[in-house]
Ligand binder design. Structure first.
Ligand code: PEP
Ligand code: MN
Length: 345
């Protein structure tokens, strides 16, 4: 971490600032330039994060050299994390496709969907039993009954279950049934929830927030990992922008950004990113082509009767078509490309 001092900062200000850092237990290194002075702070600075560094005498700005999301960062863990969900691997070259209804539907529909997505090659089943809905009058999910339906679908197909956890009071019931816990966009910064699930054992898919920056997404993953959990999967589901052609707006370049910044697997939610059926497949394709570790998307055989998000559900036959097409993709390989840097021109 580096403190850049104001042009013309006085000797007294420089000394006072350096002394303050030292009373907080850190070594400093003062480098005086012709125009400006910088104070380097040496060693682990995690305890300085909450300190008012920018308010110290004569400080112009504070520069972070190493990232503040240590557990999440690739700087400190160069190897890809591989998450293993009952034998289904994700990350480090293992690709996964999670598919299913937005909300867990009737047992009949849910089983029909589970079997169809399994047949087409999905590796996990999604379905929300507790639904975060904008309107309090909209369908809120089947609750525990929905989780029981997912359990039946898991028994029938062998697919691990991904389902959303919305609040602390649902932890016991959701953990009883889920294989992977989904934290939705609205809860990306529900820090108490993140702290709690970090202490529990199951893998977590952390979606980005509705108006979040990549750094905030990574910091939220850090909250979970600070509790001790390593199996965190980052999920991009788009953010709200001025563009209103889609429900949300996905920046696919963030797949590469997150994979570069972090060792955690990165998946793309191509359903919520666009909100309309006709765009789901192209965006899923783009996500895998840029090198995502997987996809999560919504499938329903009768979208007009789906309990939520019917307008963005793929039909099972569309999903099958997508899965066939995904086989043709050679994903962009960041590592191979970076090798070019080492070759002479
Ligand atoms: C969902 O997966 O159905 C969902 C509610 O997603 P998000 O949190 O991304 O809106
Ligand atoms: Mn949905």
């Amino acid at each position: 971490m580096i403190l850049v001092m104001n042009v013309g900062a006085t000797n007294e200000e420089i000394q006072k600032t350096a002394q303050q850092i030292e009373t907080w237990g850190h070594t400093t290194n003062i480098a005086r330039g012709d125009i400006q002075t910088v104070i380097g702070i040496i060693g682990d600075k995690s305890d300085l994060l909450g300190k008012p560094l920018a308010a110290l005498p004569g400080v112009m700005k504070v520069l972070e050299v190493s990232s503040s999301y240590k557990r999440v960062s690739r700087q400190f863990h160069p190897k890809d994390t591989i998450v293993d969900v009952n034998g289904v691997k994700l990350g480090g070259g293992h690709k996964c496709v999670i598919a299913g209804p937005c909300s867990v539907d009737t047992e009949e529909y849910t089983l029909q969907i589970a079997k169809a997505v399994k047949k087409a090659g999905a590796t996990m089943l999604r379905g929300g039993a507790f639904k975060p809905r904008t309107s309090p009058y909209a369908f809120q999910g089947h609750g525990e009954d929905g989780l029981k339906i997912l359990d039946t679908a898991r028994k029938e197909t062998g697919l691990p279950i991904v389902t959303e956890l919305m609040s602390l009071d649902q932890v016991d019931v959701v953990y009883k049934y889920a294989d992977v816990i989904q934290i939705g966009a609205r809860n990306m910064q529900n820090f108490n929830l993140l702290k709690e699930i970090g202490k529990l054992g199951k893998p977590v898919i952390l979606k980005n927030g509705i108006a979040s920056k990549a750094e905030e997404h990574l910091m939220s993953a850090e909250y979970i990992m600070a509790g001790g959990l390593n199996d965190v999967i980052l999920c991009l589901r788009g953010v709200r922008t001025y563009e209103n052609a889609f429900r949300n707006c996905l920046d696919v370049a963030l797949v590469t950004y997150l994979q570069k910044e972090s060792h955690l697997p990165v998946i793309v939610d191509s359903s919520h990113s666009v909100g309309k059926r006709e765009y789901v497949m192209p965006v899923a394709y783009a996500g895998m082509a840029i090198g995502a570790d997987g996809l999560i998307l919504e499938v329903h055989p009768n979208p007009s009767c789906a309990l939520s998000d019917g307008e963005q559900a793929l039909l099972p036959r569309d999903f099958e078509y997508l899965m066939e097409n995904l086989k043709k993709i050679t994903p962009w390989n960041q590592r191979e490309w970076k090798e070019l840097d080492k070759k002479p021109l």
